[in-house]
Design a protein around this ligand. Sequence first.
Ligand code: NI
Length: 173
Amino acid sequence: MILEIRKYPDPVLKKKSAPVDDFGARLKQLCDDMLETMYANNGVGLAANQVGVPIQVITIDVSTEKEQHVYRLINPILVETSREKNEYEEGCLSFPGITEKIYRPAKVKVRAQDTDGRVIFVEGEGLLATALQHEMDHLNGVVFVDRMSPVRKTLHNRELKELKEDYKKEHHK
Ligand code: NI
């Protein structure tokens, strides 16, 4: 099922997500729905609070033509980050129309659980490293705009204002 994506400035995006301890069918369904929602919106990653469920779940698909790389990660934590940094033009489904270059560690190692609760480790570089960090930020209530330098952020003032106005209209405030 395709879910509604919560857009800036929806307060759920600022929420810290709760750890997951119930690894049942509902969790698996949420992951499938998140992936379906992601694909429908041409995204590579999604955090559960972006569909209004503030629990520690992220989905990522950085598959190429040759290899499939789909991740459903529960309770992910960063265990290693490289000193070397990388710049990527990031976007976010909760901030339609905005992209910006963000510096982040180039390589990361993440400890997480799969949808059955088994501990797994994911090591990523390039787009995967960026996606992991971007989505894990969401779980802490941090969005990529928060990672922009103040000067860069002002370049997006107009778009951010428009998103705020759209949100107000949709919520009749
Ligand atoms: Ni995002």
